[in-house]
Design a protein around this ligand. Structure first.
Ligand code: ATP
Ligand code: MG
Length: 378
């Protein structure tokens, strides 16, 4: 069967995408991946081009749509049946599938094979993944890597000291078709793979109210939100807590000239609709306004002071692992054109622990220029 047929897309659309795939290599094997959104194929789709045989596909994870208003958005997205509500964990998306000659490989959101995540997953769940793939040939496991010690995200979870994996989907690696929610949860649990928490399963008409309560609790705990799923796993909908929206604002304003205006505008709009749906007025609404203002201004002031003191603007990460894995990760990140400033590098037992800053050039340079009195016409 040819590739387009295996992917379930028409051959013309695959040809149209030809120029948008990016070529890369992982441990000697050439592969290409789709780094951007495209109409016919999910962003992050990776195709491993074995020199001696059929290519292997790891389909991208679909974009999860969002509602700004639960009461109307939930019934609109789910026309009937029951709705499973899972916690939305804030880490980074990975898809794992076995690749010939290599074994299981972890691909990040944009379809890049990540040496660090691959090594971690094999270490944590090598046996469980091997059993699951033997049980379901053609499957890929999708999940979130969460916890403080990773090169991509920085959200903390009290239950995770360093880093951990939580599965939230099992799909056909070529077509992207999901397993039904109940079947997938049973499969992961039978194979001993940890999963995102299931907060409840609700009748379509009572789901919005139940979700509002879950979201209020998650927000108090500083957690990100929920993903709602139809029983067959085909429809999804996300909603994030105020805690997550304002954390994102704080992060974006700590590197003010590297994050798109859209990114912050969208989060402000979410907060406004959330305030309205919660029925907030008076002091409560004023308190939200204060909170938002602080998460905008304080990180920006801190960054300006840091650059003024001769420092750099950027994103700080700490990673820990076998020395060879950490070295491969740093080379991998630099290979993607990132500038890293190593701030600490030490051994703890057999592990190497490195703290580094992903330097954000625009934020550093423009802040410096303004501090030096650059005149702007605005
Ligand atoms: P994209 O929608 O393209 O992934 P994004 O950064 O906007 O980009 P998010 O807002 O984080 O994505 O929401 C979707 C992501 O949420 C999924 O890609 C997945 O990584 C993550 N996620 C966390 N928990 C779950 C869960 N229980 N079910 C599905 N996805 C989850
Ligand atoms: Mg996310």
């Amino acid at each position: 069967m040819d590739l387009a047929e295996r992917l379930g897309v028409d051959p013309g659309s695959l040809e149209d995408l030809e120029g948008t795939f990016r070529d890369d290599r992982f441990r000697g094997l050439p592969y290409r991946h789709l780094p951007d959104y495209a109409s016919s194929l999910e962003r992050g789709t990776a195709i491993v081009d074995h020199p001696d045989g059929d290519p292997e596909v790891v389909r991208g994870f679909p974009k999860v749509p969002r509602t700004l208003v639960l009461e109307t958005g939930v019934p609109r997205q789910f026309e009937d049946g029951s709705v499973a509500v899972e916690e939305k964990l804030n880490g980074y998306n990975v898809r794992v599938a076995p690749i010939r000659r290599l074994g299981p490989v972890a691909f990040t959101r944009g379809g890049i094979a990540c040496p660090f995540t691959t090594a971690k997953l094999r270490d944590w769940h090598g046996d469980e993944l091997a059993d699951l793939f033997a049980d379901r040939p053609g499957a890929m496991v999708c999940g979130e890597v969460i916890g403080p010690e990773n090169p991509y995200t920085t959200h903390d979870y009290p239950e995770v000291d360093s880093l951990a994996f939580r599965a939230f989907d099992v799909r056909d690696r070529e077509t992207g078709d999901p397993l039904a929610v109940e079947e997938r949860r049973a499969l992961c649990s039978a194979h001993g793979l940890p999963q995102t928490p299931l907060l409840g399963t609700y009748d379509r008409d009572e789901a919005a109210g139940a979700v509002a309560e879950h979201v209020a609790e998650l927000s108090v705990e500083g957690r990100e939100g929920v993903v709602l799923k139809s029983a067959d796993g085909r429809r999804q909908l996300k909603y994030t807590t105020s805690a997550a929206n304002t954390d994102d604002l704080a992060y974006a304003f700590s590197v003010p000239f590297d994050y798109g205006r859209d990114f912050v505008f969208r989060r402000l709009v979410r907060e406004a609709f959330h305030a309205v749906e919660s029925g907030e007025r008076g002091d409560e609404l004023a308190a939200r306004a204060d909170r938002i203002g602080e998460r905008i201004l304080l990180p920006m002031v801190e960054t300006i002071r840091e650059v003024d003191a001769g420092g750099l603007a950027g994103e700080r990460h700490t990673v820990r692992g076998e020395p060879a894995v950490v070295a491969e990760l740093l080379a991998h990140l630099r290979g993607q054109g990132l500038r890293l400033e190593i701030q600490a590098d030490c051994r703890e037992g057999d592990e190497r622990v490195v703290t580094f800053l992903k330097v954000m050039r625009s934020s550093t340079d423009r802040t410096q220029a303004y501090l030096e009195g650059k005149i702007v016409r605005e």
